[in-house]
Design a protein around this ligand. Sequence first.
Ligand SMILES: [Fe+2]
Length: 367
Amino acid sequence: METIDVETLRTWLEEGQPVTVLDIRPMHERMEWAIPGSFHIDAYDALQTNDPQALAGVKLPGDIPVVTVCGAGKTSVAAAQQLQTRGIQALSLEGGMKAWSLAWNVAEVPVANDTVHVFQVRRTGKGCLSYLLGAKDEALVIDASLDPQVYLDLASMYGWQINSVFDTHIHADHLSRSRQLAERSGAILFLPEQQRVSFPFTAMRDGDTLTTPTMLLTALHTPGHTMESTCYLLNNHLLFTGDTLFPTGIGRPDLEADEQQARLRASALYHSLHKLLALPSDTLVLPGHTSTPVPFDGIPIAATLAQIVEEVGILHAPREAFLEQIMMRLPQTPPNYRQVVTFNEMGLLPESGVTDLEAGANRCAIS
Ligand SMILES: [Fe+2]
C-alpha cells in the first residue's frame, strides 16, 4: 500500500502541487480541525465495516493524486485501497491527523523600508505561530513551536545564523522548542523575567532591548494572560504579542488561576492592552496563536492596532465592564495544559507522545 508522509504532503501543499486531500473522518472530528482545502466525506463507519461502497458517491477531480486522511492513518489505508480499485492514484497519509499536528507552512510578513525579513512559521493544525526574523547573516526566533531543524533549515536558506531565541511567555497550549533551538544553534535564550522555569536563561524586563546592526527588539512587559507575558516590538513597527493580543481577540487570564487570581490577571491585562494601544495605530500585531487551521496561502496572520481596535469590541470597555465581560467569556480549558506547563517550566520535551500531549484546538484567546 502506498502512503505519503506529513513532510511530503506539506511540501506539496506549500508548493501548490495538484493534490486532492480527502478527509474520511466522522463529522465531529472534522469540526474540531481539518487540513485546509480538504474535501470531506464521513465514510469512517462504512470503511470500518468494510463496506465496498463506502466511497462510491465521492466525486474527485481527475488525474491528480488523492491523499486519504483519518485520525491516525489506519482507516485511510482502506479508503485509499478503495479508490485505487477505481483507477485513482490514492495515497494514505501516514499517522493521520495526529501526525499532521506537526505540519507547518510559512508566510513572509511585508516589512516596508527595511532590510529585515520576517517569516511567520505556522503550525497549521495547532495554530501555533512562531517567527523567524533575519537580516544580513543573523537571525532570531520568537516562540519556537516546531522541531528546531525547521528553523535551522529556513535560516540556512538565507545564510543566517540564529543568534537569539525568545519566548513571549511560558506556554500552556504547546511545548516550547525554544530551549532546544537555542542549544542546537548556540543562540542565547531570552525569556521574560520570572521564577517559573528551572533552567538558565537571559531575562528580558520591561524596556530591555536587543540591538543588532539592523534590528532593535524592545521588550514590553504585558502581564495578564500570564504574569510574565511580554511582547516584543521590532524596529518600532512590528509587535509580537504572544497570547496577549490577537487580530480578533485578547488573551485569556485564567489558566492556572482561581477566580480571584483570574480577576487580578484580567485587571493587569486591561492595563497591558491599553499600554499596547498607546503605540502608533499602524503598528502591525503578529500574534502567537490562531484558533483555526492555517491555510497554505502565504498570507500572514496579522492586523494593525487600528484594525484590531475596530474589530475587538471589548477593547472599548471601561475597566469594570472589561473585567465582567472577560470573566463571563472564558473558553474551555485546553486539554493537558497542566502537563504542558510542567514540561515548559522544566524546559523538556516528553520522550514520546508529543502530539498526544499537544492534542486539541488552541484555546488561548477570548474573542
Ligand atoms: Fe498562552
